[in-house]
Design a binder for this molecule. Structure first.
Ligand SMILES: [Zn+2]
Length: 352
């Protein structure tokens, strides 16, 4: 495996559902030590690394949390009931393997549901509702479950591996949503040396349950420019419409998403930077989804907001696929944009 993939492998495999992002936060905190000594957290646990003393406040954020489950109950027979955290699609959940994180270690679980043989013929074509699923941990009683450390409140994450696929730029892992965004923000902060602004490289919590860390961290950053780095749709698959949604064709500078109508002048500015730097880009839009920018651009008096997304196949499932070049180009684009955001430029954009 290429050395450059080490960071992506490590960060994507760390566990961190909404509200329990500590492992990811600790990892990033250690990495940021070399980058800046100004690192703070908000009271929900979002991490904010700061560079630059003067000029406009630019916030660039990637969320640390991944979609997962929360243990809610253990039945008398030792089955584990759960609450989903983030948007799970029921059809990709069945018969999957999961990690339950207990103080005694990882407990292996499988999503179970009654076998199709006992579902009436006319009902077999229907998707199984999530509330009929449970986790099977291979014990026969509640006592046994408790004994191996399983308790309500524990996080459950998909068990998955990191793999370099056929074309070595295609990378498969769990939680690209949004460890790829967190990794990008880390690299952006590493690359920025002198800037004409104050940059707040932010790693938010609880994005998947309603952009919650984006709200609290924005009160620290007080952004005038708010950029979220997240995953976007890659629809370059059989039956899909790949227009502006293709792996390897560059970061997606969103035209619209469910939480943000970007400032058109700022969006144009970012596109002009991409053109000047010869960075490929796509102009996608997301109707049924939001990014952290949805809350970031609403803090205080508001900010120039934009969502920049790395196209991803099969997001919100156990394993998803990204293209390494899209990641690199996202970093390159945002670094180039931040370097140009001096006081005059930001004021001009705000007054357009
Ligand atoms: Zn996301």
């Amino acid at each position: 495996m290429r050395k450059e993939y080490e960071l992506l492998k490590t960060i994507s495999l760390l566990p961190g559902v909404p509200g329990q992002e500590k492992a990811v936060r600790d990892y990033l905190k250690a990495e940021l030590k070399e980058v800046t000594d100004r690192v703070v957290t908000d009271n929900l646990g979002s991490l904010i690394a700061i560079k630059g003393e003067n000029g406009p406040k630019v916030m660039v954020a990637g969320h640390m949390d991944e979609i997962g489950l929360l243990v809610t109950q253990i039945t008398k027979d030792g089955f584990v009931k759960f609450q989903t955290l983030g948007g799970w699609f029921s059809q990709v959940m069945l018969a999957q393997v999961w990690d339950i994180h207990t103080p005694k270690g990882i407990v292996t679980a499988i999503t179970g549901v009654k076998p199709p043989h006992i579902i009436p013929m006319d009902k077999r074509k229907e998707a199984i509702p999530i509330d009929q699923m449970y986790l099977d941990i291979g014990v026969s009683s509640q006592e046994e479950a408790l004994e191996i450390g399983v308790l309500p409140g524990q996080m459950v994450t998909p068990r998955a591996e990191f793999a370099v696929l056929g074309n070595e730029k295609y990378l498969m892992s769990k939680a690209w949503d949004n460890r790829i965004g967190s990794a990008a923000v880390l690299e952006i902060m590493r690359e920025l040396k002198q800037t004409p602004n104050q940059v707040f490289g932010t790693f938010t919590v609880q994005e998947e349950v309603g952009l919650r860390g984006a709200k609290t961290s924005s009160y620290i950053a007080h952004p005038e420019v708010a950029i979220a780095v997240d995953v976007g749709l890659a629809n370059d698959v059989p039956g899909g419409d790949k227009a502006e949604q293709e792996l390897g064709k560059g970061p997606q500078i969103l035209l619209y998403d469910g939480g943000l109508i970007p400032n058109p002048y700022f969006r144009r500015f970012v596109i002009d930077v991409a053109k000047a730097e010869k960075i490929p880009y796509q102009e996608a839009f997301i109707v049924g989804g939001r990014t952290d920018a949805g809350n970031m651009h609403l803090a205080h008096q508001g900010a120039l907001g934009l969502s920049i997304c790395i196209p991803t196949r099969y997001m919100h499932s156990h394993t998803s696929i990204i293209h390494y070049d899209d990641y690199l180009n996202t970093i390159k684009l945002i670094v180039a944009v931040i370097k140009r955001l001096d006081r005059q430029t930001v004021d001009q954009l705000l007054q357009e």
